[in-house]
Design a protein around this ligand. Structure first.
Ligand SMILES: Nc1ncnc2c1ncn2[C@@H]1O[C@H](COP(=O)(O)OP(=O)(O)OP(=O)(O)O)[C@@H](O)[C@H]1O
Ligand SMILES: [Mg+2]
Length: 156
């Protein structure tokens, strides 16, 4: 299943982040693709706030992964931009970050190549001035169910 939406400004992106937070639940993996500055971190940050993360949500560009725990849910926000080789996925022990109680967001998933775990949503952001176009493709049964949930809430 595929869903696309145009977000004309930052406010619209924040509103859409709320929809995402209401549509997903633990045991979920989202990859985010898009150019540098497309808005991957901005979107994840807003989703995390809606999931209940308080305080600052920094871009994990230099540390590769930023973990959070909120309401007994583990949230892991990856940014693999600085991977020089996909093998760093194994060297960093990143498989250990995936469990049934966890929601994972992965920026620059292409850097991990075939090491990536099963993904539920592939999300792509394209930029046109201030407007962001977002395309979500579900990759699993659960991903499809959650995307249907998102379209239902969006139609309200
Ligand atoms: N409609 C919009 N939605 C989201 N961000 C927007 C929008 N319009 C402008 N922006 C700006 O675009 C920038 C996106 O930066 P961000 O760090 O989120 O990108 P990124 O995709 O994570 O980049 P990187 O690949 O470097 O991690 C922010 O400065 C944000 O304010
Ligand atoms: Mg980023």
């Amino acid at each position: 299943m595929q869903y696309t939406i145009k977000l004309p400004n930052l406010h619209a992106t924040k509103e859409f982040a709320k929809l995402i937070s209401q549509s997903i639940n633990p045991n979920f993996v989202i990859t985010l693709k898009g150019d540098l500055g497309a808005g991957k971190t901005t979107l994840v940050r807003e989703v995390l706030y809606h999931l209940g993360v308080v305080g600052s949500v920094k871009s994990p560009t230099y540390i590769l992964v930023e973990p959070y725990i909120v309401n007994d849910i583990q949230i892991n926000h990856f940014d693999l931009y600085r991977f020089n080789d996909p093998d760093e996925w194994i060297e960093s022990g990143f498989d250990e970050y995936f469990s049934s109680n966890c929601i994972c967001f992965i920026e620059w998933p292409e850097k991990a190549d075939s090491y990536l775990p099963q993904v539920d949503w592939k999300l792509q952001i394209t930029v046109d001035d201030e407007t962001r176009s977002i395309e979500i493709n579900s990759q699993s049964d659960k991903g499809r169910e959650c995307l249907m949930q998102l379209t239902k809430i969006a139609a309200r």
